[in-house]
Design a binder for this molecule. Structure first.
Ligand code: ADE
Length: 237
């Protein structure tokens, strides 16, 4: 069984529409929707925004459903000039940009007591997500549709909607991340602690600078639908 976690309903919308034979169950205040997408059994949950919501959901999903893989799916702010709205980032590693014990001698993002800043995504999951994007681009080129632009790299998570050039430049210079969001790294930490393979796929909804709230309103749904499209193909491969 594959686990799918989104922060917001609009990120789950397309995935939910693809699910058949659904059954719902509540755990820790979160609704887990079990069913199948084509031949694959899935459990899908909207966790709410932020790292604590995401961690609660991930641990509850693992405890109750024992998924063999978890995907975090949704939208993100761009931290790179190369990444425009609706482009895709597949995480190779994740960091909590707001974890700050620097006053105690840690590096920014370092989890106190662990020596660890980055949580590595499962390389085979990341590779399979990129392959799914190739499949979609093959279909899109046949139908004359614009190809998805996708890159692999680091994603930074924190309990902040990033909307300033200054904050952006802190995250890029400190962590080299390509995109920012609010859940991926906490899902990563819980998956690593439980030895569950995981991947994170995010499509860009905004520029994460002073105009991010306007971009977000305009591009969030299109970006969310791009991420969901990749997940559907991932599950069918
Ligand atoms: N998710 C989408 N855009 C974001 C941003 N700018 N900051 C944090 N999370 C986001």
């Amino acid at each position: 069984m594959k686990g799918l976690i989104c922060a917001m309903d609009l990120e789950m919308k397309k995935i939910r529409e693809d699910m058949k034979n659904v059954k719902e169950e509540k755990q820790a205040g979160i609704t887990f929707v079990c069913g199948n997408i084509d031949e694959t059994e899935v459990v899908a949950a909207v966790c709410g925004v932020g790292k604590v919501n995401a961690a609660i959901c991930t641990q509850a999903m693992i405890d109750r459903f024992s998924p063999d893989c978890i995907l975090n799916v949704g939208v993100a702010g761009s931290l790179s000039k190369e990444l425009d709205v609706t482009d895709i980032v597949v995480a190779d590693k994740l960091v909590q940009h707001d974890f700050d014990c620097t006053a105690l001698g840690c590096k920014p993002g370092e989890i106190y007591g662990s020596d660890q800043r980055f949580f590595m995504a499962d390389p085979s999951v990341a590779e399979k997500l990129m392959k799914a994007i190739d499949v979609i681009n093959g279909r899109r080129s046949a139908s004359g549709e614009k190809a998805l632009h996708a890159v692999t790299g680091s994603i930074a998570s924190g309990d902040q909607f990033i909307s300033s050039a200054e904050k952006k430049s802190f995250i890029t210079s400190e962590f080299g991340s390509l995109a920012c969001e609010m859940e991926g790294a906490s899902i990563a930490q819980v998956c690593v602690a439980n030895r569950v393979p995981f991947g994170v796929i995010r499509a860009i909804s905004d520029s994460a600078d002073e105009s991010s709230h306007m971009d977000f309103g305009e591009f969030c749904i299109k970006a969310a639908d791009n991420s969901a499209e990749v997940v559907k193909v991932f599950l069918s491969e």
